[in-house]
Design a protein around this ligand. Structure first.
Ligand code: GDP
Length: 424
């Protein structure tokens, strides 16, 4: 695996962070290429348990170079808080092991506020935003109304640029939402409190990556959220505002000419979904509560209880396709050990018709799940480390998913620890 992307196949929270953490051993560079601090990876290792929001998961491995590419929503305030948190727990973060693209756009102080104001305006039609400012950030980026991180090295020009943006943004804040305006003093404080602190990490990461590639280094591309949250291919408008698909890795990381050699798609052994939007296989009541508790399904960023359901073969097959996955890591198989019979969503019924195709967004709200039950293994598998030692029913469950999605399942995870992964 030379140029490998690790991506989510479903709605996010599939356990990508732990896969990146595991695989960073085999890679020299780890790049985050999209998204911002709106989601969280949980990584458990010898150093402890960490919730990462913006930092690449390779930050825990000595000798690994971590890059925040131009495609990320660079929030200096959250990034600095995360860096401080990790440093206080003994993780070393220096300009040698973390580099931030000078072409990454800055998430500005008003983006978070606008996110909250818009969700408030939408009331019961809200998108379920994590209110980290991601949607306002990306809309402003595409309107060319943000600041590039590298502009911090041009203080005069940056000040003038910020003044222009401030004047424009205050119109929206005050006239559209009736909120208080921001001032240049606020922005200056934000710059000295946060931007100046991350400045030593900012450089031309495209050059760094080109050099790494020329030297034959192995590069891992780390995505946030999953295929169904992709702006172009997901459950629009309940998507995120960036491309979560592997195809965006070359652009968002700063090496547009790059060809990925491998795409590892991460799939959870059952389904979870945070926030609003259609979730066809959703379970409710006691059945859902039991699964949520068994998997401890609460958002890493927000603590919100996640919606849960059985594995959704329709959505997963679609996710594999749009990600162009070459192999799959199936996580949290151990969580299903309490079940004597495991529900599986095999098809959808859309407008009275049985289908195995993932529907166009407006049809999703009409779709009903077709559920079948397969035999569970009903014993603890969390200590199993070899495929042959997995109970037959657990092996059959994995093979059933593999056959349905048409992609080899190469890793099966049975616990959160680094060693709880079965290689097939
Ligand atoms: P990510 O954003 O895709 O990295 O996913 P999250 O970090 O939100 O969710 C993964 C959660 O599941 C973390 O708390 C992990 O420690 C935990 N986890 C990952 N793999 C396994 C597994 O195989 N079994 C169990 N029990 N927990 C796991």
């Amino acid at each position: 695996m030379k140029n490998c992307a690790i991506v989510g196949i479903n709605w996010g929270d599939e356990g990508k962070g732990r896969m990146v953490d595991l695989l960073t051993e085999e890679f020299d560079v780890v790049v985050r290429y999209q998204g911002g601090g709106n989601a969280g990876h949980t990584v458990v290792n010898e150093e402890g348990k960490f919730a990462l929001h913006l930092l690449p998961s390779g930050i825990f491995r000595p000798g690994v170079l971590n890059i925040l590419g131009n495609g990320v929503a660079l929030d200096p305030e959250n990034l600095w808080a995360e860096m401080e948190d990790l440093t206080s727990k003994g993780i070393s973060i220096t300009p040698d092991n973390l580099k931030i693209s000078n072409r990454a756009s800055l998430l500005l102080p008003w983006h978070r506020e606008l996110d909250a104001l818009e969700e408030l305006r939408l009331a019961d039609k809200k998108y379920g935003s994590t209110k980290q400012g991601i949607a306002p950030f990306y809309s402003d980026k595409y309107q060319k109304k943000t600041i590039l991180a590298g502009e911090l090295f041009y203080p005069e020009e940056m000040r003038a640029h910020l003044e222009d943006l401030l004047e424009w943004k205050n119109l929206t804040l005050t006239k559209v939402y009736g909120a208080d305006p921001h001032s240049m003093e606020d922005l200056e404080k934000w710059m000295s409190d946060f931007c100046d602190r991350i400045k030593p990490f900012i450089c031309d990461t495209g050059e760094v990556l080109k050099k790494a590639q020329n030297e034959g280094k192995r590069i891992l591309f780390e995505a946030q959220l999953g295929a169904l949250r992709d702006l172009d291919f997901g459950i629009f408008p309940y998507t995120t505002s960036s491309n979560t698909t592997a195809a965006y890795a070359p652009i968002g990381s700063g090496l547009p000419s790059l060809k990925l050699t491998d795409v590892i798609g991460v799939v959870k052994a059952y389904s979870t979904c945070v926030g609003e939007g259609p979730f066809v296989c959703e379970m409710f009541g006691e059945e859902a509560d039991k699964l949520r508790e068994a998997g401890f399904e609460y958002g890493a960023k927000t603590g919100r209880p996640r919606r849960v359901g059985p594995i959704d073969l329709v959505a997963t097959r679609y996710g594999v396709e749009v990600q162009g996955a070459t192999k799959i890591a199936l996580t949290k198989l151990d969580v299903l050990s309490y079940l004597e019979e495991i529900p599986v969503c095999t098809h959808y019924i859309v407008n009275g018709k049985l289908t195995d195709k993932f529907p166009f967004p407006p049809d999703l709200s009409e779709a009903k799940p077709m559920i079948e039950y397969v035999k569970g293994w009903n014993c603890d598998i969390s200590k199993v480390r070899r495929w042959a030692e997995l109970p037959e029913e657990a092996q059959s469950y994995v093979i059933m998913i593999e056959d349905a999605i048409g992609c080899p399942i190469s890793y099966v995870s049975v616990g959160p620890e680094r060693e709880s992964i079965i290689l097939r």
